[in-house]
Design a protein around this ligand. Sequence first.
Ligand SMILES: N[C@@H](CCC(=O)N[C@@H](CS)C(=O)NCC(=O)O)C(=O)O
Length: 211
Amino acid sequence: MMRLHGYFRSSAAWRVRIALNLKGLAVEHVFHHLRHGGQRAPDYLRLNPQGLVPVLETEEGVVLTQSLAICEWLEEGWPEPPLLPESRDERAKVRAFAQAIACEIHAVQNLKVLARLRALGLGDEAVTAWARETIQEGLAACEALIADGEGPFCFGAQPGLADICLVPQLGNARRFGCDLEAFPRLMAADAACAALPAFAEAAPGRQPDAE
Ligand SMILES: N[C@@H](CCC(=O)N[C@@H](CS)C(=O)NCC(=O)O)C(=O)O
C-alpha cells in the first residue's frame, strides 16, 4: 500500500489527501508533528531532505515529494476521474491557478517562512498580518482568474487540481482571519467542494492526528 507522510494541518498534505480521495485510493498515513520538529528527524530527512510534508511512498518504494508533483503523478497513474481538463489551454490555466496558490501564496506564508520572520524579531501580530495580507492579496488574484467561469468548481462542473489547492488555502485564510466575503467565486467553489466526501474526509479536523 502507498504511504503518505503528512500532518493534519499541512495544507500541502491536505492537497494530496483530497487527490487520493477523488481517485478512490487508500493509503497508509504516517503523521509527523511539524510543531514538534518531526519533519527534521534524521529518518524523515532521509526521505525528504527538504524537511517538508507531504511525502508519498509508492508501492514500489519510490519516494515522491512536492504536493503538485504527487497530484500529477496520481493523475498519470489513475486518470479517472480527471484532475485536469482535456484541452491543453485549459490545463495550462488550471496549473497556473494551482501554482498561483502553491508558489505565490502558500510558499510565502508557510510555517518555515513565519518561523524565519519570528527569528528576525517580528512579533506574533506582525507575523499574523504578514500571512493574512499575503493570502488576501493572492486570493484576490485567484478570484479574478476564475471570475468569468460558470463553476460551481474553480474550472467547471467537476472538481480538479485548482480546487485541490484552493480548499486548503482557504483553510489557512480562515486561520489567519482573512476577509473572504470579497471572493464569491472562490466561496462558491469551496461550498461545492465541501459537499463532496472526498474533500470533507480530507479536512484537517477529520485526521487522526488532529488536535
Ligand atoms: N511546495 C511544497 C510545500 C510543502 C510545505 O511547505 N510543507 C509544510 C507544511 S504545509 C511543511 O512541511 N513545513 C515544515 C516546516 O516548515 O518546517 C509542496 O507543495 O509539497
